[in-house]
Design a binder for this molecule. Structure first.
Ligand code: PEP
Length: 292
């Protein structure tokens, strides 16, 4: 167990023992009033991003992009992005050009160029109009066996290419049941952000996505989401500074829909949502955006 793990578990236990979920949360032992947390949150514009995963066709991607462009026009209080499959990034970006909806990719490789058959680089994604890139999604970590060390290499190249990385962390159900949420997220955080400068850290977005809530319909409660986000913000404070921690946006992801979004997004440390299934329908995705 690393020092970070031990400290995080200790803080988590004290935090729970004090019953501080409502009203106060601590940064390095200092209690922060809820009003302060909410005003800090106001400085962070919420980001609602849709992860289309390996879904849709070219025609239905364009239709969805057109529908969102029309429905979201005029919305400026929230940042919006969609992340189509990489082959549809360019045509979707062309449809959304000049709109208030950004485009992201779902992955990028950890080399700049060369003999890496089937892979796509961060530079190539930037080249075709990408602004964001999701890195370390749990489906990549758990199905493709991607490690935090690989996520870290990808992150460096994404930042170098000028992409905004959305780095995913989150625990499996058995890890939550074994009270290992903080330990697992802390390990993923340490590995994924190893040697990333404070300046670059501020450019990153973190998505807390408990694996048991992804695509299952079993959403984390707003309190569970807030609790994990507070822990992640503490990790940023500990590794960087309070200033950096306050600047980084932390999204929640896992079965967010137009019915449950409002309560989750209202939490002081939840700065948006990464949405899978519900991002594939204009009405549902717009419902989430309008809840923000
Ligand atoms: C995701 O893919 O990141 C996700 C959160 O999926 P869903 O909203 O379908 O649970």
């Amino acid at each position: 167990m690393t020092k970070c793990d031990k400290n995080a578990i200790l803080i988590f236990k004290n935090y729970k023992a004090l019953g501080c979920f409502f009203g106060y949360t601590g940064y390095n032992g200092i209690e922060v009033p809820l009003t302060t947390q909410l005003s800090e949150k106001m400085a962070r514009q919420l980001l609602i991003a849709g992860n289309w995963k390996m879904n849709l066709t070219l025609a239905s991607s364009l239709e969805l992009a057109e529908g969102l462009k029309k429905a979201a026009s005029g919305i400026s209080n929230v940042d919006i992005a969609v992340c189509p499959p990489s082959v549809y990034v360019q045509p979707v970006a062309a449809v959304l050009k000049g709109s208030n909806i950004g485009v992201g990719a779902q992955n990028a490789y950890y080399e700049i160029e060369g003999a890496y058959t089937g892979e796509v680089s961060a530079g190539m994604l930037k080249d075709i109009g990408c602004q964001y890139v999701i890195l370390g999604h749990s489906e990549r970590r758990n199905i493709m066996g991607e490690s935090s060390e690989q996520v870290n290499l990808k992150l460096r190249l994404a930042l170098a290419a000028g992409l905004i990385p959305i780095v995913c962390v989150g625990e499996l159900l058995k890890e939550r049941k074994a009270n290992k949420t903080v330990e697992v997220v802390c390990r993923q955080f340490d590995g994924s952000f190893s040697s990333i400068s404070a300046e670059d850290m501020k450019k990153c977005i973190i998505a807390y996505e408990p694996v048991w809530a992804i695509g299952t319909g079993e959403v984390a409660t707003p309190e569970q989401a807030e609790e994990a986000h507070v822990e992640i913000r503490k990790m940023i404070t500990k590794n960087y500074s309070k200033e950096v921690a306050e600047a980084v946006r932390i999204q929640y992801g896992g079965s967010v829909n137009d019915k449950n979004a409002k309560e989750i997004l209202a939490k002081p440390n939840v700065d948006g949502a990464l949405v899978g299934g519900a991002s594939l329908k204009v009405e549902q995705f717009m419902g989430i955006i309008k809840s923000a």
